[in-house]
Design a binder for this molecule. Structure first.
Ligand code: TYM
Length: 326
């Protein structure tokens, strides 16, 4: 049977890129596969967050993931640091990973530029921990957005190296890319992300969403309302495909290219669509927020199930690699 593993960092902003690029796919896949979903707080440590803030973000993200439809009766939801075998396997994998491989990672290059003054070793070895997250459950499939594909290629490479040296133990995981592999940010230049501050948060109030959209970059050639627009280069148009009906989109497309509809109206329709999708998530989250014990219980139950699997795998790794077993 196929087994899914995926992770998301508790960075304090659950945005539309996360929802469309990853979590909606998690929800879909939990019906078809055995699924393990992790809130990866060890990864978030690379940005050196305040301790209370990290704990609060971890809880808030668990709420967000549950409110988005991940069902603890179908999938195992847990916090990465609650299962120490992730870090243990990561060490074994580090000893199999070449510096040259890590040097090629574009996310490391981007992040070390963004985090000048804190280019820590964790940032560099981050993809090895990610490989361990996956392999410790011997996952066969990993749903992610496009930005994670390079890390997944490295995961496969590390697993091949492990198999070559110690014999086959881990499947080479396949990537599952969602229908929204790269949701663009409001700046129209890069993918939506917290670090670029170009995002719309799932929990933002409708007024805040409308305000942010008003500032979103559109086709630069469309300076005045009666300039014809080019939807294919407009990131606001690219967002419509996730939130607006086909019929309405045809209307917008025609209005934009013939300059009969302005960007203000086009953005207003998008804001309505985003609010329609996010409002029920906000409501479910509010209900969960009022019952923090419920969320803690889900994560504890998840920890139990995840630990049982991770311990089994680590036992085999110890045997294969010659580590002390007592
Ligand atoms: P993270 O926390 O940055 O993002 C979580 C998920 O959201 C996807 N995503 C996007 N998809 C489309 N468009 C966007 N603009 C966008 N922004 C984010 C990401 O691709 C990801 O699927 N290293 C990972 C977390 C991780 C992980 C793992 C993932 C740790 N261990 C093991 C899979 C398997 C990360 O930082 O994702």
């Amino acid at each position: 049977m196929s087994r899914i593993l995926s992770g998301i960092q508790p960075t304090g902003s659950f945005h539309l890129g996360n929802l469309l690029g990853a979590i909606q796919n998690w929800v879909k896949l939990q019906d078809e596969h055995e699924a393990f979903y992790s809130i990866v707080d060890l990864h978030a440590l690379t940005t050196r967050p305040d301790a209370d803030e990290l704990r609060a973000s971890t809880h808030a993200l668990a709420v967000a993931v549950l409110a988005s439809g991940v069902d603890p009766d179908k999938a195992v939801l847990f916090v990465q640091s609650a299962v120490p075998e992730h870090s243990e396997l990561a060490w074994v994998f580090q000893c199999l990973t070449q510096l040259g491989d890590l040097n090629r990672m574009t996310q490391f290059k981007d992040k070390s530029e963004q985090m000048q003054g804190n280019t820590n070793a964790g940032l560099f070895t981050y993809p090895v921990l990610q490989a361990a997250d996956i392999a410790i459950y011997r996952a066969t499939h990993v749903p992610v957005g496009e930005d994670q594909v390079q890390h997944l290629e490295l995961t496969r490479e590390i697993i091949r190296r492990f198999s070559h040296i110690y014999g086959e133990l881990f499947p080479e995981p396949k990537v599952i890319i969602s229908k929204a592999p790269r949701v663009m940010g409001l700046d129209g230049k890069s993918k939506m992300s917290k670090s670029k501050n170009n995002y719309i948060g799932v929990f933002e109030e409708p007024d805040a969403i409308r305000k942010k959209l008003r500032g979103a970059v559109t086709d630069p050639q469309r300076v005045r309302r009666d300039d014809p627009g080019r939807p294919e280069v407009c990131n606001v148009w690219s967002l419509h495909q996730f939130f607006t009906s086909e019929e309405k989109r045809a209307e917008i497309h025609e209005g934009c290219t013939k300059a009969t509809m302005g960007c203000v109206d086009c953005k207003g329709i998008l804001a309505d669509g985003i609010c329609r999708v996010t409002e029920p998530i906000r409501e479910r989250a509010a209900a969960l927020e009022s019952d923090p014990d419920r969320v803690r219980d889900v994560l504890k139950e998840g920890q139990k199930k995840a630990s049982a699997e991770a311990q089994k795998t680590m036992e085999l790794v110890r045997e294969r690699s010659g580590l002390w077993r007592g």
